[in-house]
Write a protein that binds this ligand. Structure first.
Ligand code: AP5
Length: 220
């Protein structure tokens, strides 16, 4: 039986940070809609050109484009055991589409960890974030610094600051999250799938809480 996990949380909650740990421990591919858009931007594809305008403004890329992209990604062979989704779904329309897509694979969302972090903490997290070019590993100049400034600990590639991590764009992304993505908390709570995790704990602590809860739910 395939296992599909959806990570929810505001921008900067730590979804990408935790997804790297969880996907490795659980042997599930980490599917980050933001990372796929950024790969397309780097490769100068038509999808990347379209997405860039929205991302630079801190807006969501239109649902139809995003849904088609995730549907294609989930249909690849490495998703046979399931997947850990990070950044998708982000609107009720995307959540409904995900249900239809997973039905085609005879699957459904098993659990939705919601990494809860108060708004006041998010701006500091994002404006101090450094991301690696090769593997999208993330660091923070104060909370999780790399061993060598500007270099990724995992693959030695260059670290850079995302264009959408400027403080004005960050504030807009948080507003967009509150308007468009927050309703998903209730959506998955009603389905009995929401697992709230305190995202203000240190990174290692959040990982252990998450892994403990996930193994309980997924392996029964
Ligand atoms: P996306 O790339 O998905 O960005 P996001 O959801 O805004 O999330 P972030 O990557 O900013 O944060 P995160 O929660 O992963 O935090 P991280 O682990 O890095 O989306 C970007 C854009 O793409 C969107 O704005 C939109 O335009 C488009 N897009 C993407 N998906 C879409 C969709 N489905 N529909 C439409 N458009 C879409 O951590 C942040 C920082 O905090 C790091 O520096 C980290 O080291 C640090 N940190 C993490 N955990 C802790 C901790 N516990 N304590 C202290 N510091 C911590």
């Amino acid at each position: 039986m395939s296992v599909y996990i959806v990570l929810l949380g505001p921008p900067g909650a730590g979804k990408g940070t935790q997804a790297k740990v969880v996907s490795q421990k659980m042997g599930l591919p980490h599917i980050s809609s933001g990372d796929i858009f950024r790969e397309n931007i780097n490769n100068l594809t038509a999808l990347g050109t379209l997405a860039k305008g929205y991302m630079d403004r801190g807006e969501l890329v239109p649902d139809d484009v995003t849904i088609a992209m995730i549907q294609e990604r989930l249909s690849r062979p490495d998703c046979k055991p399931g997947a850990l989704l990070d950044g998708f779904p982000r609107t009720p329309t995307q959540a409904e589409a995900l249900e239809r897509i997973l039905l085609q694979f005879m699957g459904e969302v098993a659990i939705v960890p919601y990494i809860n972090v108060p708004e006041a903490v998010l701006v500091d997290r994002l404006t101090g974030r450094w991301t690696c070019r090769a593997g999208a590993h993330v660091f923070h100049e104060h909370f999780n610094p790399p061993q060598k400034t500007g270099i990724c600990d995992y693959d030695g590639s260059e670290l850079y600051q995302r264009d959408d991590d400027k403080s004005e764009t960050v504030s807009h992304r948080i507003r967009v999250y509150l308007q468009q993505t927050l309703p998903l908390i209730e959506y998955y709570k009603t389905q009995g799938k929401l697992l709230e995790v305190d995202g203000t704990l240190p990174i290692d602590r959040v990982s252990s809480v998450l892994l403990e809860e996930l193994s309980r739910t997924v392996t029964g």
